[in-house]
Design a protein around this ligand. Structure first.
Ligand code: PHE
Length: 373
């Protein structure tokens, strides 16, 4: 039954979008709704839908309703590229919201760029993503900052001297973050005692972990996505490794604790927002999100919500619905009050924002500290 409802919910925006209506401004969204990081796309989509629903209830944009068509990239780069092509050529969307995984954004954003269709990524943090060109934006911080944040926390707060890295070599995000962490940690006088790798889809990490164990690190940096990280946490504990694991926003999913169980507890990751915030923008968002979906929003839901509202605001200000006009207004986004912080898009079309350090505690995400740029 639950599945049926989920399927209905997922196809709903698709159906709405397919019937292009006169009084509607059609926005395209693509993300992983299935696959090993499905919660990324599912959460983002929930945030986007909540934002559109509110905006439409308040009269829409330019007197028209916002329509949404969402395509599933199944967590694959090629599918992300073809989804964006389809949204542009078949559905003729005025702008695109997506994607989460940096690798998929890198594959898809150049298509939006070459068609002059504005592209707003809610959550892709790899610096290369917005280098696709002047139609490509993001509402989140970038990895040179995120990697710095964890290196600082590891060295200053956890007093680590020796850290091992375990990176997903097939993932642009993971590789980028691992490199930044490594450089920052060394700058602070720390030593990287091992730098091992895996590939998304792997299920056995014992060989790498055994090698890491022999170096006796104070901590292990694992900047991957939640499915592999959950398994890595389990196997690290099975091998008797007690050093804390540390990671980035790719850990942020309820599935992390489902997969990692107790083994993931006590470990740290950097993220875009905390549900413990007392900021009224955050508490109000959580309240509305829970009322609609009966679950606590993760960072992706919050970023999806912010990205959708920033895009809608730019369309509202825009003199017409051309890609150029919307792009120009997006570029002017300044001090936008988002759930994930105050958002100003800089000359590289990136947002400069603080990050939070979170400690995993079952399904709870314990807020530890905020680090500002
Ligand atoms: N920042 C990740 C990437 O670029 C995606 C992500 C963002 C995952 C936020 C979870 C939460 O690949």
């Amino acid at each position: 039954m639950k599945r049926l409802i989920l399927a209905a919910l997922l196809t709903l925006p698709l159906l709405v979008g397919c019937t292009k209506k006169e009084n509607e401004i059609l926005i395209g969204e693509y993300d992983s709704l299935t696959g090993s990081d499905a919660t990324f796309g599912l959460s983002t989509n929930k945030g986007v839908r909540l934002a559109f629903e509110e905006i439409n209830a308040a009269g829409g944009v330019k007197g028209k309703k916002l329509g949404l068509i969402t395509l599933d990239d199944q967590g694959k780069n090629e599918e992300a590229a073809s989804a964006v092509t389809r949204l542009i050529t078949q559905n003729k969307v005025v702008a695109i919201l997506g994607g989460v995984a940096s690798g998929r954004s890198k594959a898809a954003a150049p298509i939006a760029q070459s068609n002059s269709v504005p592209f707003v990524s809610p959550a892709s943090t790899n610096p290369d993503v917005t280098k696709a060109g002047d139609y490509v934006f993001r509402v989140c911080f970038i990895d040179p900052f995120q990697g710095f944040v964890m290196a600082k926390f590891s060295s200053e707060n956890l007093k680590h001297k020796k850290v091992a890295i375990l990176r997903d070599v097939k993932n642009d995000y993971s590789v980028g973050l691992a490199d930044v962490f490594s450089a920052e940690f060394k700058k602070r006088g720390g030593e990287i005692v091992a730098d091992s790798s895996y590939q998304a889809g792997d299920i056995d990490f014992k060989a790498q972990l055994t090698q890491i164990r022999s170096k006796n690190p104070d901590g292990i940096y694992v900047p991957g996505y939640y499915t592999e990280v959950g398994l890595i946490a389990q196997q690290a504990r099975q091998l008797g490794i007690k050093a804390p694991l540390m990671g980035g926003d790719g850990w942020d999913s309820d599935k992390l604790s489902e997969i990692g169980k107790e083994a993931i507890n006590g470990n740290y990751y950097s993220n875009h927002y905390t549900v413990e915030s007392s900021d009224p923008a955050v508490t109000e968002f959580i309240k509305k999100f829970k009322a609609k979906y009966n679950e606590t929003p993760d960072a992706l839901a919050a970023l999806g919500y912010d990205a959708a509202r920033i895009l809608a605001a730019a369309i509202e200000r825009s003199p017409d619905l051309s890609g150029k006009a919307i792009r120009d207004e997006l570029a002017k986004t300044k001090d936008f009050g988002g759930v994930t912080g105050k958002i100003t898009l800089n000359e590289n079309r990136d947002a400069v924002k603080s990050a939070v350090i979170i400690q995993v505690d079952g399904k709870n995400r314990k807020y530890i500290s905020t680090i500002s740029p």
